[in-house]
Design a binder for this molecule. Structure first.
Ligand SMILES: Nc1nc2c(ncn2[C@@H]2O[C@H](COP(=O)(O)OP(=O)(O)OP(=O)(O)O)[C@@H](O)[C@H]2O)c(=O)[nH]1
Ligand SMILES: [Mg+2]
Length: 208
């Protein structure tokens, strides 16, 4: 099975099984042992990372959903039936005015991304109503540099754009990044759009 033709049924089965909270790590020492293949969810604060993990696993409150941006402060690990680890990272780039960038993102996350041998892919979530921000571009550059494969996942595609054509040129921009997967998956945790497809593409990573 290739990434280009992910098997929806395999994805459905993987996510229909057990999903357990394993650890919430606020320090490097608290990271669980790196045994399973990991897929991490990264993105700006409030982009919908926790909601997407809940939608994928069909659990309403597995990963906490917050109304206050920047709520997920630790790295949370969820095991999918001992086959794959889903990793919910704290959001970056909150506070529009303060220009907080990836440099301010905690050292813990940088260490995690750089040193995790089992990390197979980072899903970089981008709000489809807003498009790419410089904090996202900083993360792309970092992941290119450290050679960690990543894929862009659009969130909140049930809602209308906040600016004129926020997604214009996004595929072309991504194509200029060495470690980026070319396929972009559009999702809505609220309406379920793109969820089976994303399950399948994650399951394809677990299988290898
Ligand atoms: N319209 C719409 N809103 C969504 C969707 N997914 C999440 N939201 C809303 O976006 C807000 C943030 O969701 P979270 O899942 O907590 O986002 P997060 O990226 O985990 O946030 P932090 O952990 O704080 O960085 C909440 O108010 C959600 O209700 C979606 O698919 N559609
Ligand atoms: Mg969260």
């Amino acid at each position: 099975m290739t990434d280009a033709a992910p098997d929806l049924e395999t994805g459905r089965r993987l996510f229909a099984g057990a999903c357990d909270f394993v650890a919430g790590a606020a320090t490097e020492e608290a990271l669980p042992l790196a045994k399973l293949t990991e897929v991490a969810f990264a993105g700006r604060s409030n982009v919908g990372k926790s909601s997407l993990i809940n939608a994928l696993t069909g659990r309403k409150a597995l990963a906490r959903v917050s109304h206050t941006p920047g709520r997920t402060q630790q790295i949370n690990f969820f095991s999918l039936g001992g086959k794959l680890m889903l990793v919910d990272l704290p959001g970056y780039g909150y506070a529009k005015a303060s220009k907080q960038r990836i440099g301010a993102w905690s050292k813990l996350i940088l260490r995690y991304l750089q040193g995790r041998a089992t990390l197979r892919r980072v899903l970089v979530l981008v709000d489809s109503r807003v498009g790419l921000k410089d904090s996202d571009r900083d993360l792309f550059t970092l992941l290119d540099e450290i050679g960690v494969s990543y894929q862009l996942v659009l969130t909140k595609s049930d809602d209308k754009p906040k600016t004129d054509d926020p997604l214009a040129g996004i595929a072309e921009e991504l194509a200029g990044h060495g470690a980026a997967h070319p396929e972009i998956i559009a999702t809505s945790s609220r309406e379920g759009t793109g969820i089976p497809e994303l399950r399948a593409s994650i399951a394809a990573l677990a299988a290898r």
